[in-house]
Design a protein around this ligand. Structure first.
Ligand SMILES: [Zn+2]
Length: 108
C-alpha cells in the first residue's frame, strides 16, 4: 500500500518576508563587518557575503515547499534537498519526491 500527498509551492506572507529580509540585512551586515577584520581572506569572504545579503534582501522571493504528512495530515515545511524526512508529530517516515510525499513503511 502506498500513501502519498502532493507537495505545494508557497511564498511567505509579506510581513514574514519582511522579517526574513531584515534578519538577513542585520545579521549579514554584522557578518560582513566581522569578516572585514580578517585581512585578505576575510575581505574576499566579506565581499561574497555582502553579495549574498544584497541578493537575499532585495532579490526575488524564495519559494517554499510545503506538504501534508500522508499519515496524520500535519502540514510540514519540506527541504527539497532531503530525500527522506520524518514527521515531527506522528514519526512517520516519508520520501520526498519532485511533486509528492510518499509514506515509507519501515516495518517491512
Ligand atoms: Zn505525521
Amino acid at each position: 500500500m502506498e500513501k502519498s500527498t502532493e507537495l505545494r509551492k508557497v511564498k511567505r506572507v509579506w510581513w514574514r518576508e519582511l522579517l526574513h529580509r531584515s534578519d538577513w540585512l542585520i545579521f549579514g551586515t554584522i557578518g560582513v563587518v566581522l569578516l572585514a577584520f580578517i585581512p585578505v581572506v576575510g575581505w574576499l569572504m566579506a565581499v561574497g557575503l555582502a553579495g549574498v545579503v544584497l541578493w537575499k534582501t532585495f532579490g526575488l522571493r524564495d519559494t517554499l515547499v510545503e506538504g501534508n504528512c500522508p499519515a496524520c495530515t500535519k502540514a510540514l515545511r519540506i527541504d527539497p534537498k532531503q530525500d527522506v524526512i520524518a514527521c515531527p508529530v506522528c514519526g512517520s517516515c516519508m520520501a520526498v519526491g519532485d511533486e509528492r510525499l510518499t509514506l515509507v513503511d519501515l516495518r517491512q
